[in-house]
Design a protein around this ligand. Structure first.
Ligand SMILES: CCCCCCCCCCCCCCCC(=O)SCCNC(=O)CCNC(=O)[C@H](O)C(C)(C)COP(=O)(O)OP(=O)(O)OC[C@H]1O[C@@H](n2cnc3c(N)ncnc32)[C@H](O)[C@@H]1OP(=O)(O)O
Length: 161
């Protein structure tokens, strides 16, 4: 891999997410990393991610924001605790409590999409991430997401095996 992404370090049982789980062979495999003080997820949509010819399906954009935001929250909690990716301490896993997406402009199908996130708020178990989605130099969508550390109630179904 050309860089370390937080999803590479999710505990195996919690790495099955359709959007970003490395264990899910059918998923998108979104990967999120720090870019200095911002977080970054890049993704190249394929022709199957079409809304109408030439434009990206909005559900894919929401998925991209979703996993970018959970990944950003994990990165933020991990860094706040003094850790860096590659440490032995497990990376915390977060779930989405709220995801608000504003579609500002039609997103062209073709360019690699760049999602850039800012940690707007970080608490004991909650993170607010504000992100923008860019296609080349066009700002196409914006998102505000609330992420919360994964509840123990999800543990029983964390792995399909
Ligand atoms: C022993 C360890 C076990 C670990 C175990 C690991 C299991 C590892 C599973 C991994 C799994 C990965 C999954 C992939 C990522 C998904 O795709 S997740 C799928 C979509 N998301 C979900 O299914 C989440 C469903 N919702 C829930 O489970 C619960 O509502 C939540 C989100 C955990 C919150 O419940 P809660 O912990 O009781 O939250 P609560 O204490 O009331 O609130 C915490 C904070 O969040 C805020 N908040 C809560 N909900 C909202 C909302 N809707 N809007 C705005 N703010 C909100 C609260 O205001 C509060 O803020 P502060 O007062 O701290 O400022």
């Amino acid at each position: 891999m050309d860089f370390l992404a937080v999803q590479d370090f999710y505990p195996e049982d919690f790495a099955w997410c359709y959007g970003c789980g490395r264990m899910n062979s059918s998923g998108h495999h979104f990967r999120t990393r720090w870019n200095e003080e911002e977080t970054l997820t890049e993704y190249q949509p394929g022709p199957e991610h079409m809304a109408i010819p030439g434009f990206v399906y909005g559900g894919l954009i929401a998925s991209l924001f979703d996993c970018h935001s959970t990944g950003s929250a994990s990165l933020a909690f991990y860094r706040q605790a003094g850790h860096a990716l590659g440490d032995e301490t497990p990376v915390p896993r977060c779930v989405t409590a709220s995801l608000k997406v504003d579609y500002l402009k039609p997103t062209p199908l073709g360019p690699t999409l760049r999602v850039i996130g800012r940690i707007a708020e970080i608490g004991r178990k909650k993170v607010v991430v504000v992100s923008e989605l860019w296609a080349k130099d066009v700002l196409c969508a914006r998102c505000e997401a609330v992420l919360v550390t994964a509840p123990a109630s999800m543990l029983q179904n964390s792995s399909p095996s």
